[in-house]
Design a protein around this ligand. Structure first.
Ligand SMILES: Cc1cc2nc3c(=O)[nH]c(=O)nc-3n(C[C@H](O)[C@H](O)[C@H](O)COP(=O)(O)O)c2cc1C
Length: 339
């Protein structure tokens, strides 16, 4: 459907990187719904250099579909060494993405993440270094800029394009805005027309209409699902099917959501064991029941009550007994919940 360097990307939905969420099991859970490409959680170039245990665990998978490693760092040579090491460890990696948007102070203090956008020429140097030495596509993920008054995304795009970048993903918030407030779609209207490489658009995509508006406004090849995909894997299918066939699929029932929730739990158990998986499920599970009748009650129950797999099974059957035939979203829009 669109090209990322030599790769053919089969659809308009990309699964965004989210630290603490997008593990290999989560990506493989989401993939069959129509995810066309995915990213690892962000991986530190220094962590790779020193072989940190957690860093290595991010690369311990075999990807069935197109998955790229997302790296953070700020020195071109270090990022190149990290990319080479990542590819040595995992030869199923299909592309390398550089994080130029992370707003976390600990990351920014080292000069990485959105701090890179303060120096567009350095952004170009990083991409050039990787492009000159790697034979897989190189992408970047950026924001509008550091603050509203320094929204220099166009300068950064020009630099990385000149350096040979294969695609750009933009999250149209500034670093100062972190993840709050509405993304500034007005500032990226028609952006794809100004660019020479594919564009991926990220930011508050919680419904099919959000995806349609985001693509229509920007002209992007693909939308990136991040928070909006959590607990709503069928949204991937709804977006994919709409752009392929013009079809609008209805929301799934609560019964189906409960099945999917348990499927994710089992995949996470396989990945990390029951204790860690159930801790993660306290963040994932509530999102499967957004916009349901008495959804808040059920979400609180799941967020605080999951202790082991059996407790999850019991809570899910309670929910299904009460509202199994309702469709999610039938009690209001599936709004973002706090992360
Ligand atoms: C908890 C959390 C973790 C994230 N981790 C990453 C990350 O590791 N790398 C990255 O580029 N973006 C990361 N993001 C940003 C998302 O990929 C996405 O661009 C952003 O959340 C906007 O999309 P959304 O409004 O649909 O969530 C993270 C966002 C959240 C909420």
């Amino acid at each position: 459907m669109w090209r990322l360097g030599d790769l053919s990307i089969g659809g308009p939905v990309v699964l965004g990187p989210m630290s603490g969420y997008t593990s290999a099991a989560y990506r493989e859970f989401m993939r069959p719904f129509g995810v066309s490409m995915a990213y690892t959680e962000m991986v530190s170039d220094q962590g790779l250099k020193y072989g940190g245990r957690q860093t290595m665990s991010f690369l311990d998978f075999r990807s069935e579909g197109i998955t790229g490693v997302q790296l953070f760092g700020h020195v071109p040579d270090d990022l190149l060494s990290a990319a080479e090491k990542a590819l040595e460890i995992n030869d199923s990696l299909a592309f390398v993405d550089i994080n130029m948007g992370c707003p976390v102070p600990k990351v920014n203090r080292t000069g990485a993440g959105s701090a890179l956008m303060k120096d567009p020429a350095l952004c170009g140097d990083i991409v050039r270094k990787l492009k000159q030495n790697l034979c897989i596509p190189v992408t970047v993920k950026i924001r509008l800029g550091w603050t509203g008054s320094t929204a220099n995304f166009m300068d950064v795009i020009r630099e990385v394009e000149a350096a040979g970048v294969d695609a750009v993903c933009i999250h149209p918030r500034t670093r100062d805005e972190r993840y709050t407030g509405k993304p500034h779609y007005d500032l990226v209207e028609g952006l794809r027309d100004e660019m020479s490489v594919p564009l991926i658009i990220s930011g508050n995509i919680y419904s099919l209409d959000d995806a349609i508006n985001a693509r229509r406004t920007t002209g992007a090849e693909a939308v990136m699902l991040a928070r909006g995909g959590i607990g709503n894997p069928f949204l991937v299918t709804q977006i994919d099917r709409y752009f392929r066939y013009g079809e609008r699929l209805p929301n799934p029932t609560v019964r189906r959501q409960a099945e999917l929730c348990l499927q994710l739990a089992d995949m996470l158990i396989e990945e990390n064991g029951e204790d860690i998986a159930m801790r993660r499920m306290r963040s994932f599970a509530p999102h499967f029941f957004s916009g349901c009748y008495r959804g808040k009650l059920y979400r609180n129950m799941l967020a605080t009550g999951i202790t082991d797999r059996q407790s999850l099974v019991d809570m899910l059957s309670k929910i299904v007994d009460k509202i199994g035939d309702d469709a999610i979203g039938s009690d209001g829009r599936c709004d973002a919940q706090e992360f």
